[in-house]
Unconditional design. Structure first.
Length: 929
């Protein structure tokens, strides 16, 4: 796909395959369909099953192919022969194996030149997440698809529709002018991938017989920057504070009555009105409020409506809403806001903006620096991928790089290195007009409602354009807020970044040394930079060995660096870090000639010089982080961790207690702060939560700055609109899932899980406490499970969207998940009737943060915090089961420690499966017995 391709392209072929896994781990296609499309738009079809044994349940769910059909099908060699005859004369094909690997098609087609259709979707439309067949179908048809299965021929036709959409609409000059630049660079890449895309755009009508669509209407251009948006002109500020109009509680009730009148199927729910009244009360009083509202309250609309009404009545006020998850952010900015505006037309004039952290955006300036005539092949395509994100910054960002993109493009870290270099989050040293980050910031500064994430909210006050603007804030999913503050404020020092910066500087210095026109003084300095980099690399390597010697476990995960650590007892690691930092500072200092006024005279291209400046800035930022961490190593109240990789190491650190910062730097700066979630309290008490945020116990919040006015502070719990109907049970033979008993616990879990899945007839979410647990279960299940329920496993680093969708659609499926599945996913109805918690979610006692808390916090506070975190996570996990009033089912905990810690449970615990009430027993209960 990434090698040059020169033969003329005539017909095209699309091949779809269903892939199965054999017990030895090999992958094979068991059903195939191909479409051959000529340049006269004639289509011929080929389709065949391939003789195979029994399919796994998940494979069956995707194809609906039974054993009988596959048993009587022709064998692989015969099908391959027929398929090759069908494809005769075609040098390359477009392949689509949505639930597998394109490589499985190679032996069948006897062709290695296969363009992965799913990669085309990820590459050109990363915002859709449409690389699964169902989601691609829904995206193209703009409607929901009830079933997940496709016949092979349906799959091949879907792929054809996708190509038609991609080349006829997405990359059409008329709707997307920057396509003319993308075409130029696709061609320059000198790859089959690029050649094929250009060919399809030029011959669209020939293949799809639609003369009305001509994707290419402009000449190709290398000037990619001309298509970048520019920062809007600053409008005159209208921000003169006017009288503050409160939102009377009676008006709140009326708002929801109007909503019931306008929205079909909506009726006024008292808990939602109560919730909205608390929100209004907080805004009216400029208070700090912690509001807990259970599932079913309708929280999002419960704050969005009062907020919009408040903004309508107060044209100079502004509100920020911050979420923890991207999915809630999307739901708010898209669905909820749109429907609110549609129903209440007067809200349409309130300007709203979505803003993420700057590091999510691509820096156009740095991206242009990387572009060079030497780029081709995969490097060129990687660059172009980021150029496309830079154009589409409103709907996609650097977080959307998919695992498939990484698998194809990250050989030698090509993609990761570019992503790291072009992120707008760091190394930004100027103000450019064509900058996505600056555009969204300018728009946010002119908006009256911004929707953002927790991290960006924390940093907003440091942004000169946004600080002091958004005085009222709603923080949704607020149980994660402290975590988000910690991530935002904790510096990291990664040696792989340092190597990357140094490598580029060294390369350019060597060029200077070799160039005859380099002035002698610069040549001397360039030589000094090269030697300094060599010392730095040696120091980094020595430190890596030192860290590893100190704690072998650092090679398997982050371990704490504590005062009792050998780093201090056998020498002083802080001295070594200081020396390393001196080297970094020295490189920065010696390479100053790249940034001086005379840099333009260096015998290097201007882009190389500009990139060297970026590298210097990044190096300097890394050095600041290193010194922050180093300082923290000697301070009380900090946590620090080290992780060692084969070549690199990663050092992190931060404050254990963030309450003071949150109170003084976030809450004090705002008029109103509303912290809300379905899970804030433990045993009906807000005390532990308030403590984490530095809110104390009083109704009035005071600040260290005596001039700052005190703030009212209140808490509220909105009674859930219904009583959840489920049983929480610990089987009588469940072991203790202490890490020390891992083997016993694993054996037990592997033994009972298939039975529990069968009793419930699938529809089960299995929650694991760590990826390690999940992997242990996955390996065993994938090798041995022979049941009839499709098993879906979350994988580290892979987005969960496709799994969520598959789980929702295939009712009998079983989903094994970690972190993200404990919160923030919704599976209403009979898709999910059983949640199995494999291990109580106690925080890992040996994690660097826990270790530091234990040393720093008084015993009572530590344990209160420990239990609080466990209880909140447990409630969230169990809470996945009941999303609607009509939902019911079972939560099973395979860890008998719950019996001794029943106060962690959100409801009474039943001991023994026999004692489960009849109505909560799964559909397969009697069948299985
Ligand atoms: S302002 Fe900063 S982030 Fe924006 S384009 Fe310029 S250097 Fe990049």
């Amino acid at each position: 796909m990434f090698r040059p391709f020169t033969p003329p392209i005539e017909d095209i072929a699309i091949v779809f395959g269903h892939e199965r896994s054999l017990s030895n781990g090999e992958k094979r296609i068991y059903s195939v369909a191909a479409l051959r499309i000529s340049q006269h738009a004639t289509v011929t079809e080929f389709t065949s099953h391939i003789r195979s044994g029994k399919l796994r349940a998940r494979e069956y769910a995707h194809s609906q192919l039974g054993e009988a059909k596959l048993k009587n099908a022709p064998d692989e060699i015969t099908v391959s022969g027929h398929l090759q005859d069908f494809l005769e004369g075609i040098d390359h094909v477009v392949g689509y194996v949505p639930n597998g690997h394109i490589i499985s098609l190679e032996p069948l087609c006897n062709n290695e030149r296969i363009i992965d259709a799913a990669l085309l979707a990820d590459y050109f439309m990363p915002w859709t997440g449409a690389a699964t067949a169902k989601s691609l179908w829904e995206y193209l048809h703009k409607q929901e698809r009830q079933k997940i299965s496709f016949s092979a021929l349906e799959g091949a036709k879907l792929c054809t529709d996708f190509l038609q959409h991609l080349f006829g609409t997405v990359l059409n000059d008329t709707t997307f002018p920057a396509a003319s630049a993308l075409r130029y660079y696709l061609r320059t890449s000198n790859t089959l991938f690029g050649t094929f895309c250009c060919h399809m755009l030029e011959h669209f009508d020939d293949y799809f017989g639609n003369a009305l669509i001509t994707p290419v209407s402009k000449p190709e251009t290398a000037d990619w920057e001309q298509f970048l948006d520019t920062v809007p002109k600053k409008e005159k500020s209208t921000d003169q504070r006017e009288a503050f109009h409160e939102l009377p509680e009676d008006d709140i009730q009326q708002l929801y009555e109007q909503l019931a009148h306008k929205r079909k199927g909506y009726s006024v729910r008292q808990p939602q009105v109560d919730y909205a009244s608390h929100v209004a009360r907080a805004i009216n009083a400029n208070a700090v409020a912690c509001i807990e509202a259970g599932t079913g309250t309708g929280k999002t609309l419960g704050y969005l409506l009062p907020v919009m009404e408040f903004l309508k009545r107060n044209p100079t006020q502004r509100v920020a809403i911050a979420t923890y998850t991207k999915s809630l952010q999307k739901q708010l900015y898209g669905n909820e806001l749109d429907s609110c505006r549609e129903l209440f037309g007067q809200y349409n004039t309130i300007p709203v903006a979505l803003i993420k952290g700057k590091s999510n955006y691509v820096c156009a300036h740095k991206l242009n620096d990387i572009l060079s005539p030497l780029l081709d092949g995969m490097e060129m395509l990687s660059w172009l991928y980021f150029a496309n994100i830079c154009y589409q910054y409103r709907i996609t960002d650097l977080d959307d790089v998919t695992p498939r993109m990484r698998a194809y493009f990250d050989e030698g870290r090509i993609l990761s290195n570019i992503a790291q270099e072009v992120s707008a989050g760091s190394g930004c040293f100027s103000t450019h007009k064509q900058c996505p980050g600056n555009i969204v910031t300018a728009e946010a500064a002119q908006s009256r409602l911004v929707i953002t994430n927790h991290n960006k909210l924390v940093l907003m006050e440091q942004d000169p354009q946004l600080s002091e603007l958004f005085k009222h804030c709603i923080i949704d999913e607020a149980n994660h807020f402290e975590d988000a503050v910690r991530t935002t404020l904790s510096p990291e020092f990664s040696t792989s970044d340092i190597f990357f910066y140094c490598r580029y500087l060294r390369e350019q210095c060597r060029k200077l040394i070799l160039a005859p026109s380099t002035p002698e003084a610069i040549e001397y300095q360039a030589e000094a930079v090269v030697s300094e980099i060599a010392y730095t690399v040696t120091k980094i390597d020595a430190l890596r060995d030192q860290f590893k010697q100190m704690n072998q476990a650092a090679a398997y995960g982050a371990v704490p660096v504590t005062p009792a650590h050998q780093a201090f007892t056998k020498g002083d690691i802080t001295n070594d870090l200081e020396i390393l930092n001196k080297h970094l500072e020295r490189i920065h200092e010696l390479s100053a000639f790249f940034s001086g006024k005379k840099a333009g005279n260096l015998p290097l291209g201007y882009k190389s010089i500009s990139r060297c400046r970026t590298m210097r800035t990044l190096l300097q930022e890394a050095s600041v982080n290193l010194m922050l961490i180093r300082k923290g190593l000697h301070e009380d109240g900090t946590w620090n961790s080290i992780q060692v990789f084969p070549r690199n190491w990663l050092l992190c650190g931060g404050q254990v207690y963030l309450g003071a910062f949150i109170r003084e730097s976030i809450i004090k700066q705002r008029d109103t702060i509303i912290l809300t979630s379905a899970t804030l309290t433990h045993q009906s008490s807000f005390t532990p939560y308030r403590r984490t945020l530095g809110l104390g116990k009083s109704d009035v919040l005071t600040f260290s700055d005596k001039e700052a006015p005190p703030k009212p502070c209140f808490v509220a719990r909105v009674a859930p609109p219904f009583t959840p109907d489920y049983s929480l049970v610990v089987p009588s033979d469940a072991p203790s899932a202490l890490y020390e008993h891992k083997r016993l616990w694993l054996e037990y879990t592997l033994k009972v899980l298939p039975k529990l899945i069968e009793y419930n007839d699938g529809a089960t979410l299995v929650l694991c406490a760590s990826y390690e647990d999940l992997e242990a279960l996955r390996q065993e299940f994938e090798a041995t499970y022979d049941g009839s329920y499709p098993l879906l496993f979350q994988r580290k680093g892979e987005p969960a969207t496709a799994l969520i969708e598959e789980f929702r659609t295939t009712r009998e499926s079983v989903l094994f998940g970690v972190e993200t599945f404990w919160h923030g996913v919704d599976f209403p109805g009979n898709t999910l009737t059983q949640v199995i918690i494999t291990r109580l979610p106690f925080p890992a006692p040996n994690s660097p943060l826990m270790d530091a808390r234990k040393r720093f916090l008084p015993d009572g506070v530590f344990w209160e915090r420990y239990r609080y975190e466990t209880a909140i996570k447990f409630r969230q996990g169990a809470g996945r089961l009941i999303r609607r009033e009509t939902d019911s089912g079972l939560v099973i905990v395979l860890d008998n420690r719950l019996l001794k810690n029943q106060r962690l449970a959100p409801c009474p615990v039943i001991q023994g499966m026999r004692n489960i009430p009849e109505r909560h027993r799964g559909k397969g209960w009697n069948k299985a017995k």
